[in-house]
Ligand binder design. Structure first.
Ligand code: PAF
Length: 288
C-alpha cells in the first residue's frame, strides 16, 4: 500500500492512474479510523478502480485548540486497518500541515447559502470554512471522480454538496449511511476518548433519537423537541447542547410539519449534539 505525505509524488501517482483510465474515489478522513470509515472505503472500492484515503487532522476546522491537540493521531494503526480492506487498490495521502497550507494556515471564506449558520455553525465558529477549505483543496489536488462522506456529519455532507454546486467542481458526492456500534452509538473517532461510564451512557443519544422519530409521527416538531430536552435534563451524565428538527434541504429549524410533507415533498431530520464529559458527540436521524 502506498502512503504519500507530499503533494508532488501523489500528483504523479494520480496522473499515472488517470493515464491508465482508472476511476478514482476519494474518502477524506482525519484518521483514527474505525469501522464507519472502512464502510466508506468499501463502498468507494465497489464504485472505483482506486480509492485515495486522505488522513489529515485539519487545523482550520477546529474552533478549540485543546480539541485539536487531543484529536487522536494513529497513522500506523490506520494503515494496518486499511490493509485489511485492500492492499493494492488503496492509496493513502497523509500530508503535513505545511504541504496543504504552505505556511498560511487559514481558511478561505465561503458562502454556503446559509447552511453554514445552522446547528454546528452556531456552536463551532468558522468550522465549515475550515472544512470547505480542506475538502476543496483535496478536490483540487486529487480531482476524484467520486467522493464519499458519512451521514453522521449530515450538515457537512449538505455543505459539501453546496460547495461542489457553487464552485462547479466535477465530482460526484456520495452520502453514506451512519455506521453504529451494537449499542446504537454512532461510530466516531471521538468514542475512543470516552471514559467507561460515559461510553455506557452514550447509547442514550440514539435511543432518544429513535423515540423522537416515533413521536414525530403524531406530534409537532416543537412537542418532540420539548420531550427530548426534558429527557436530557433528567440525565445524570449527558448534557444536551442542542436538539433540532430541520428541513433536510435548508437545514432550517422546523416547528410544525408542512402540509407538503403529505405529498412527500419535504424531508425532515432530527439533529443532536451532546456533551459526554468533555467529549462532544453528534448524531442525527431521518424522520420521514
Ligand atoms: O468529516 C471529517 O472527518 C472531516 O471534516 C473531513 C471531511 C475529513 C475534512 O477534514
Amino acid at each position: 500500500m502506498k502512503v504519500f505525505s507530499q503533494k508532488e509524488p501523489i500528483l504523479k501517482e494520480i496522473e499515472d492512474l488517470k493515464a491508465r483510465h482508472f476511476t478514482i474515489g476519494l474518502v477524506p478522513t482525519m484518521g483514527a479510523l474505525h469501522e464507519g470509515h472502512l464502510e466508506l472505503v468499501k463502498k468507494a472500492l465497489t464504485d472505483n478502480d482506486y480509492v485515495i484515503v486522505s488522513i489529515f487532522v485539519n487545523p482550520t476546522q477546529f474552533d478549540n485548540n485543546d480539541d485539536l491537540k487531543k484529536y487522536p493521531r494513529t497513522l500506523n494503526d490506520d494503515v494496518v486497518l486499511l490493509k485489511t480492506v485492500s492492499k493494492d487498490n488503496i492509496v493513502i495521502y497523509a500530508p503535513t500541515v505545511n504541504d496543504i497550507y504552505e505556511g498560511n494556515t487559514v481558511s478561505q471564506k465561503f458562502d454556503f447559502d446559509g447552511l453554514e449558520f445552522e446547528m454546528e455553525g452556531k456552536f463551532r465558529q468558522g468550522h465549515f470554512d475550515g472544512v470547505g477549505t480542506i475538502v476543496k483543496r483535496f478536490f483540487d489536488i486529487i480531482k476524484p471522480h467520486n467522493a464519499y462522506f458519512g451521514e453522521k456529519d449530515f450538515q457537512q455532507l449538505q455543505i459539501i454538496r453546496k460547495l461542489v454546486e457553487k464552485h462547479q467542481i466535477p465530482v460526484n458526492i456520495v452520502g453514506c449511511k451512519i455506521h453504529r456500534e451494537a449499542t446504537g452509538l454512532a461510530m466516531s473517532s471521538r468514542n475512543t476518548r470516552l471514559k467507561p461510564a460515559y461510553k455506557n451512557a452514550a447509547p442514550f443519544i440514539y435511543k432518544t433519537l429513535t423515540t423522537a422519530k416515533t413521536l414525530f409521527g403524531t406530534k409537532s416538531a416543537n412537542k418532540v423537541t420539548e420531550w427530548v430536552e426534558k429527557e436530557f435534563a433528567k440525565h445524570k451524565l449527558l448534557q444536551l447542547e442542542y436538539f433540532i428538527i430541520a428541513d433536510v434541504d435548508t437545514l432550517k429549524l422546523v416547528k410544525r410539519k408542512s402540509p407538503d410533507n403529505y405529498g412527500g415533498k419535504k424531508s425532515y431530520r432530527a439533529f443532536i449534539a451532546v456533551y459526554a464529559d468533555d467529549i462532544r458527540l453528534i448524531d442525527n436521524i431521518a424522520l420521514n
